[in-house]
Design a protein around this ligand. Sequence first.
Ligand SMILES: NC(=O)c1ccc[n+]([C@@H]2O[C@H](COP(=O)([O-])OP(=O)(O)OC[C@H]3O[C@@H](n4cnc5c(N)ncnc54)[C@H](OP(=O)(O)O)[C@@H]3O)[C@@H](O)[C@H]2O)c1
Length: 324
Amino acid sequence: MPGCQSGGSEQEAMGSAPRVLVTGASGLLGRAVCREFQSGSWSVIGTAYRRARPRLIRCDLTDEDAVRGLLHEHKPDVIVHCAAERRPDIVERHTEAAVNLNVHATSMLAKEAALCGATFLYISTDYVFDGRNPPYGEDDTPNPLNVYGRSKLEGERETLRLCPAALILRVPILFGEVESVSESAVTCLWLRVQDTTESCTLDHCQQRFPTDTRDVAAVCRKLCERARQEPSISGIFHFSSNQQMTKYEMGVSMARAFNLPCDHLIPLTEQLAASTLRPMNSQLNCSRLELLNLSVEPRPFNTAITDCLWPFTPDKRWRQTVFH
Ligand SMILES: NC(=O)c1ccc[n+]([C@@H]2O[C@H](COP(=O)([O-])OP(=O)(O)OC[C@H]3O[C@@H](n4cnc5c(N)ncnc54)[C@H](OP(=O)(O)O)[C@@H]3O)[C@@H](O)[C@H]2O)c1
């Protein structure tokens, strides 16, 4: 792409901040990534689609011309690609649209990043593994159980094929500052925890490692900054909290954090037949990041989840609208 090749370094030589383009900047992780880079004195360009707001650029990443135009105009030094359809049940039902975003848009961005010389970071998932033989290292063979996992794995492969110097960061189930509790598969448990009048079963089979988006965002910045200095830093990395919990244990931890009873939460110890298969335990071994001193100490679940949920406690319901 003419003019794109040297844009970032010229800017930096002139003393201006390096530019990061964050896709999915209206989403759970993208918001935290934008904040993290802003706090690190980067110039941040965030893109969104349906939730594009004044400070975010509206761009349908499945529109190739729009993506080319976006990169040509903003000439980012780094692209952190967070946008995806990440709800496994929706991917199962609307596969074509999800593959368009998770695979084809990723291919396009990776190809353009390589042409522009931008550092490309693709966010992936522990769902690329089948969860039968944890923990999983970066070189272990993926075997996704559902269409979402397959689409993200295909996105990884396209990324490395078209942009061999790219970074891939696999992460597990995420939670963070949410616009509504239903936005994350972790915080959505809060509705059931709070309703102590109804007994409620929660899965106590599938092992998860709920991870705070602030920690993931900090790793993203460290990775990108280091990769820009050391071109040998590339390929696949894993990052995860080290606290293993089932959904039942997450619910109990939330109840305790807010001094609520938890007797109404019933551990479900049998796997129910589900339309979308999910891994039993896809624990990620994160030693590659740790050896390179690129990791951060994950926040403990009970304090991190309190930060996220307190705006949704009964006496603070009015605060539900603050995060816009
Ligand atoms: N959340 C998790 O538990 C989890 C776990 C493991 C891995 N991950 C990975 O982490 C990354 C971030 O996930 P997340 O939880 O932040 O997702 P999210 O909250 O669902 O956000 C998805 C983002 O993608 C954007 N998007 C959707 N369709 C688009 C399109 N056609 N063009 C441009 N942008 C589009 C959305 O924009 P609008 O909303 O503005 O339309 C939104 O910003 C994903 O790659 C996901 O696979 C997530």
